[in-house]
Design a protein around this ligand. Structure first.
Ligand code: ZN
Length: 457
């Protein structure tokens, strides 16, 4: 008899982790950190898994930190088994895990400097060394090929279309076929393939991030209008950038709009070492591309490279952008302007009414991105109060997550109904709405996963 236990992302959208036990074999699906509100982040410090050294293997759906960021801690706790994922995910982990460790170490150092930790001294959740120890256990696997995970368990990874390397996981344990959706991507979006259908599952573990929200239609028209306006005014567009996927999609769209003659080719400054590295990784994985991307490459185009792309790797190159006059586009991290190089661009450009700040993703409460979205007239950053005279624009359609209708479309690929469907990676409202929609459309047996609960497969 095999069991499945929900160790995270149950009733919430971070901390993805699920334990499959069959006989004396133990396999972990995803190994993510909790993120966001402090009450959730504190859960990263609690033991989540009895005896990690006894785990046989981890199978990862994709490289986002809420699905992979607990790996260094798992290794610190004694895990030595293989970590299976796609080649694209393996490459992205090489960037995001050391980065996550750096952030943990910086947090601890800041807490020690300001003395606001309960612990003396404050310790990081894990270190860069832990991240590299985890990376040494990574074993890339190809798409659509069955590979052994442990005695009596085998897996198949299929394209999920969410970010580079993202996959759905089919895990055969004994006679039971468990399918884990990971995070599903959107249909007909640039660069990546659509989510690949899965023919059958006995038990389905399904994400519900956007279970109750439809996405607005394509973003190209909005982006074209914003770029043309800025070009006319001679202004600068500052884009606080998410390094993984959002930046590459933006570069792809700019390239396409320029080729179609819909926008003038402005200088584009990519000012984020992580986004630069991730863009290089995107260039190295044709196995993830959709037909449109493959066709553009086949025609000799460089679809992730707008005509006038400038790369800023060093601090010095980043500061040199301060001398740039508009029209121009500056893409710089972090995505919610919580920190990073985008701060010095905002500090310089926000007082200028000719500037446009373009927000391309969800802005969490308490971040500068959110304050801008909410119409703040001034912002504190880098030890100064900066007046906001710039225009703030938003493009919502760049989400990498399938919405409710797209999830239902993917479910339509199953030839028969799974015996049981459990919803994970969703807020309670999103899970309830998606469960209703699945019952109404397909009549399946579906319920939200309960945090910590164990179910029989
Ligand atoms: Zn994700």
């Amino acid at each position: 008899m095999a069991t499945l236990q929900f160790l995270g992302a149950a009733g919430t959208v971070t901390g993805s982790m699920h334990l499959v036990v069959t006989g004396d074999r133990r396999i972990l699906l995803d190994c993510g950190l909790f993120q966001g509100l402090k009450a959730l982040r504190l859960r990263n410090w609690e033991p989540r898994l009895a005896d990690p050294a006894r785990l046989d293997a981890v199978v990862l759906s994709h490289a986002h930190i809420d699905h992979s960021g607990y790996l260094p801690l798992l290794v610190r706790q004694g895990f030595r088994g293989p970590i299976y994922c796609t080649a694209g995910t393996a490459d992205l982990l090489g960037v995001v895990l050391p980065d996550a460790a750096h952030l943990q170490q910086e947090d601890a150092e800041r807490a020690n400097r300001h003395g606001y930790s309960k612990h003396e001294p404050a310790l990081p959740l894990y270190t860069v060394d832990d991240a590299y120890a985890a990376l040494r256990l990574v074993r890339p696997a190809g798409y659509d090929t069955t590979f052994p995970v442990a005695d009596g368990a085998a897996a198949v990874l299929r394209r999920a279309g969410h970010i580079l390397g993202s996959a759905t996981v089919e895990l055969a344990v004994g006679a039971v076929r468990l399918v884990f959706s990971g995070d599903l991507g959107r249909y007909d979006r640039p660069i990546l393939c659509d989510p690949e259908p899965v023919p059958a599952a006995d038990v389905l573990l399904l994400e519900a991030t956007y279970g109750n929200r439809p996405h607005p239609p394509a973003a190209e028209d909005d982006l074209a209008r914003i770029v043309r306006d800025a070009a006319q005014r001679g202004g600068v567009i500052v884009v606080p950038a998410f390094a993984v996927d959002r930046t590459q999609e933006l570069l792809w769209m700019l390239h396409g709009l320029e080729r179609a003659g819909r926008v003038p080719a402005l200088p584009v400054y990519l000012d984020s070492p992580m986004a630069i590295e991730v863009t290089e990784i995107y260039r190295r994985h044709p196995e993830d591309y959709d037909a449109e991307m493959a066709r553009a490459l086949g025609a000799g185009e460089q679809p992730l490279t707008p005509e006038q792309l400038h790369i800023a790797r060093t601090e010095q190159e980043s500061r040199a952008i301060n001398a740039v006059r508009g029209p121009a586009i500056i893409v710089s991290s972090s995505g919610m302007a919580a920190g990073g190089r985008v701060l010095h661009h905002l500090a310089q450009r926000l007082p200028d009414p000719g500037t446009t700040v373009l927000l391309v993703g969800f802005q969490a409460q308490g971040t500068r991105g959110r304050a801008l979205e909410d119409g703040a007239r001034e912002l504190k950053m880098l030890g100064q109060v900066v007046p906001v005279r710039a225009t703030v624009a938003r493009i919502d359609a760049l989400s990498a997550h399938a919405d409710c209708e797209e999830i239902l479309r993917w479910l339509g690929g199953f030839a028969t109904a799974p015996r049981k469907t459990y919803l994970v990676h969703g807020e309670p409202d999103g899970c309830a709405a998606l469960a209703d929609a699945i019952r109404a459309r397909y009549g399946w047996s579906v319920r939200a996963a309960e945090d910590g609960a164990t179910v029989t497969l």
